[in-house]
Design a protein around this ligand. Structure first.
Ligand code: TPP
Ligand code: SF4
Length: 278
């Protein structure tokens, strides 16, 4: 048995994911990060909302919670406040995180609560058959954009940097070891962290855009991504369709939210006679 396998709940297999879906790679990379850090499974809580990606907690041999669509961060906020010593990991699809849950995303960044978010960007609502999401690239065909997507998509790097997130990174399912490394770093970060993972939904996005096999779609992901250093050499026009990779923000100066809560709110509440036990 390899080190990371102790974090996998094999009794719940098989997964419902289509063969070749990037979600399997992400599951493995997270388990490998847990193993590298030699974490006690009972000290980890994995939380997700609804979506293909939302099924992921089922397969971790840790504390797990499958919540409602878009609300994983809100459940995770409660868990982190009640149990600040736990590593609380949120797994969210792009629809879950940036459409119905977009509000919670910017506020988690603003508060700098020590939740570790893995934002799976497959550019589509996968589970429900392929509706457009706020991260679907322009001109792409989806179930709800049969003439091509006319909306601009969120730039997660800029959105989260603007909301003052203290750790922002991007990787792809094509680079397992780099992905594991970045996830590991995000787990070691004290405040709110987001690792956006570029992933493939060849079934509900790819097949409508001449990329119906996982190989073709992961090659597309390889073509549109590049290390930040190379991205910076491009003109703004060349940059527009590309996605830089790497750690963009790592700010250790900001105070983490549960530290603020227990250092400031709880003593004040206790002085005034209210209960505020840890
Ligand atoms: C409140 C609510 N609205 C809508 C849905 C239907 N729904 C389930 S999953 C989903 C979108 C999933 O897309 P995404 O979050 O990108 O995850 P993926 O399936 O691509 O991993 C939607 C709209 C729901 N379950 N609950
Ligand atoms: S529908 Fe897309 S996201 Fe969902 S399991 Fe299949 S390939 Fe993965």
């Amino acid at each position: 048995m390899r080190d990371y396998e102790k974090y996998i709940r094999y009794r719940t297999f098989p997964t419902p994911w289509c063969p070749g879906c990037g979600d399997g790679v992400i599951l493995k990379s997270i388990a490998m990060a847990f193993a590298d850090l030699k974490l006690d499974p009972d000290n980890i809580v994995v939380v997700a909302g609804i979506g293909c990606s939302g099924r992921m907690p089922t397969y971790f041999n840790t504390n797990t919670l499958h919540t409602t669509h878009g609300r994983a961060l809100t459940f995770a906020t409660g868990i982190k406040l009640a149990k600040p010593e736990k590593l609380v990991v949120v797994i969210s699809g792009d629809g879950d995180a940036t459409a119905i849950g977009g509000n919670h995303l910017i506020h988690a960044a603003r508060r700098n609560i020590g939740i570790k978010m893995i934002l799976i960007n497959n550019g589509i609502y996968g589970m429900t058959g392929g509706q457009v999401s706020p991260l679907t690239p322009p001109k792409f065909f989806t179930e709800t954009t049969p003439y091509g997507n006319i909306e601009p998509h969120f730039n997660i790097r800029k959105l989260l940097t603007g909301a003052e997130a203290s750790f922002v990174a991007r990787e792809t399912v094509n680079r397992l070891m780099q992905l594991k490394q970045v996830i590991k770093k995000s787990f070691q970060h004290k405040g709110f962290s987001v690792v956006e993972v570029m992933s493939n939904c060849h079934v509900n996005l790819g097949r409508r855009n001449k990329m119906k096999s996982p190989l073709v779609m992961t090659k597309y992901i390889e073509d549109i991504t590049m290390p930040m250093a190379d991205f910076e050499k491009l003109t703004p026009e060349e940059q527009a369709p590309k996605y830089p990779l790497g750690i963009f923000v790592e700010n250790t100066e900001r105070m983490e939210y549960t530290d603020l809560y227990y250092n400031h709110i709880v003593p004040v509440a206790q002085q005034s006679g209210a209960k505020g036990e840890k």
